[in-house]
Structure formats: structure tokens, C-alpha cells
Design a protein around this ligand. Sequence first.
Ligand SMILES: *Cc1c(COP(=O)(O)O)cnc(C)c1O
Length: 432
Amino acid sequence: MNIKNFPLSKAQLDGLAERYPTPFYLYDEKALRENARRIIKAFSVFPSYKEHFAVKALPNPVILKILAAEGFGADCSSLAELLLSDMAGIKGEDIIFTANETPAREYAEARKLGAIINLDDFTHIEYLERILEPGLPDLISCRYNPGPLKAGNAIIGKPEEAKYGFTRRQLIEGFRLLKRKGVKRFGLHTMVASNELSLDYHLETGRLLFDLAVEIKNKTGIALEFVNLGGGLGIPYRPEQEAVSWEALAGGLRKLYDEILTPAGLAGLAIHTEYGRPVTGPYGWLVARAIHKKEIYRNYIGLDASMADLMRPALYGAYHHITIPGKENAPAAETYDVVGSLCENNDKFAVQRKLPKIAVAAENPADPQSGDFVVIHDAGAHGRAMGFNYNGKLRCGELLLRPDGSVLQIRRAETIDDYFATLEPGALKELS
Ligand SMILES: *Cc1c(COP(=O)(O)O)cnc(C)c1O
């Protein structure tokens, strides 16, 4: 059982919504910092540890700067993510650039910033050598795809069917080739799961990589500098689920490290991770307002947010917990589908969910603020970031709740002008 908190009262939300109309994302800085410190502390059992926060989970430079102040680096896979990290003051090898099907100019930017380049394929070694000025960097990491050695899960699929990484044989050959080409420092990376809550699964990934690090040393003479375990650690979206304990995870990995790496002479090896979801997921909420109610074959509550703001439920059938501020203790007497305004029937935040009776703004047109707030939990990762503009929907803004209780807007809501900004005004005239 985990408790689904929201850091503001109904009265505080009323005040906030006067300044920033719903919908909006709210992130809790204090909780983000406390969680980051817990992660760093748990992993301090290793001689060296770096968490490269997966920028795609919450690509806002203010969030990156907060995490950087706690000691995190960044995991990027695009030009924009590299630039966001740079803006947040994350520099050099604190950035890992995990490429896959990456355009040359993005590799060049990563090289320019001094980021660790993590290769996705054997053929990229010579490609990189050709396109990079001035040639290959001293440090290169390679991504491993264990194929049938590892079971996957629903979001990322089976490693065997996943497009990422080198096979085991290619990896050994790849490290040999990189060494011949003068590369001096090496890292090993994998990312095999997504939203996986089993501690054992993640420990098994550690064992797999540690065994492989020993095999690489034996076959190529290369002592890796780090092993990067990737992301994929789940969060308990449902109240009845349990979070993976950071201490149990780091402690379990440390045991495997001592068992496998230390006897092989790899005791100085650093551990890197690329957690995204468990870093920010539980500390962000999508706050919307209930505007319409509809009673047909089912009872519907319509929100002023849509799947354009949060697409996980539509994309994965994902569960997101919902609470109604001010009605925390009211009985869950009604069953609703909680929906957005997109012309897509999967635009549903919740299906047949038991909730307290919800008041909607349309019941009281004289007071559009009379609709209940609907808070969608665990939206701090892969939430706003996955937003889109289909159906002409404008993505909402992002607010940061500071430790002193003040609120800082860290991204404004999109406007109609943003939506039209990429149109060519001249093209309409061409047709007349
Ligand atoms: C998405 C991704 C992550 C982060 O995954 P989470 O599930 O958010 O922790 C880390 N590394 C790579 C390469 C990724 O693609």
C-alpha cells in the first residue's frame, strides 16, 4: 500500500487556479530533492556512482537544474535534450548521449559538449569515426541487447524484438575494434525493461552486466570504467502496489558486485543509472477541472484536460490514481469514466473508476470555477513530455511548488499562436 498524496489543499488550489487556469502540471520541488538524496545515499555503497536522469521523462531545464544540484547528470537522446541539459548547467561526462538511429549532427553536438557517447550498433563505430571532428572520443560506451537471455515486459517489449543495442558477440568485437582505433576508456550500458517493479528483475540485470564485464575483460583485456544499468525501474501507480526500495536495490547490486566484479579485479568500476520515472513520476500531478457530466450507458465526467496532456492511459491502458481535492474522505459512491475532449474514444483518464460524487462547472454556468478539481497522480514522468497537438489541442503549462510554498511557473501553457507558428502564411496566398 502506498499513500497517494497531493501537496495542496482545495483552498490553496482555488487560489492557484485564479493565477494559472487549469489544466496544469504541478511538481513538488521538496519531494523531488528528498527522493534524489535518497537515491544518492542508497547508491553510495559503490566506489563511484552517477545517476544520469532520463531527460525525456521530464524535459524542463528547471527540473534538470534542481536534480543537478543534488548531483544528478543527464541521459539524452536528441539535440533538444542535449541543449536542455547544457542550459541546466549539466556538462561534459555528466551527460550520456544514448544514440539510436541518430543523425550525424546530434552526435557532433554530443561530442562538442563532451558527453559520454553510448553507441547503439556495431556499424556506428566506423560511422562515428568518419563523422566526428576530431575523431572518436577517448571514452565510448556500448549498449547491450541481451536478446533471449532476458525477458521483457509490456511497455518495452522483449529484448529479442527490441531495436536497441549490440548482440553479445558484436559487443566483444566492438570493444576490440574501439581499442584498436585508440579509444582508451570504456563503458557498458543496457536498458531492458520499462516500469518494472520487481526487485529481482533489476538485480538479474545487474548480474547479467557484471558477468559480461568480466567476460569483456577476459576476452579483450579491457577493464570497463563503468556499467550503466539504464532505467526501467517502475513506480507504484496503483495504491496497492509497492515501490522498489532504493536501499534494497543498491544493496542487492552491491552484493553482486562483490561476488562477481571484485574477484575479477574490477573493484573500482563505477555504477551508472538512467532512472527517469522513479525520479520525478510520483512528484508530479496533472490538475484539471471537471467541466461536464454525462449520463448515457455509462456515467462520464469530462475534464478540461485531455490525452493531449497525458497520453499514458490511452497509450498503455495505464492506471493513474485520481483524487478530488476537498473530497479526500468522501465515500467513493459513484462509478465514472473520466474523459477528455479529444475526438478519440480512448481519451479516458480512468475507466469505470469508483470516485466521490463530482461537481461539474456546467451545473453552475454562472460560476465556471464551481467544478471540482480532478488531480491525476504520478504524472511527473512521461506526462507533459508525451503531450501532442492532435485535434488542435494546446498542451498545458508546468508549475513548480517551491519548498517555501510559493509557486513558480516553469513552462507556460501553449497558445493558439504557438499552434499556428509553423504555418507558412505565404502558402495560403499562393493558392488564391
Ligand atoms: C527511457 C529511457 C530511460 C529512462 O526510463 P525510465 O523508465 O523513465 O526510468 C533510460 N535510458 C534510456 C536509454 C531510455 O530510453
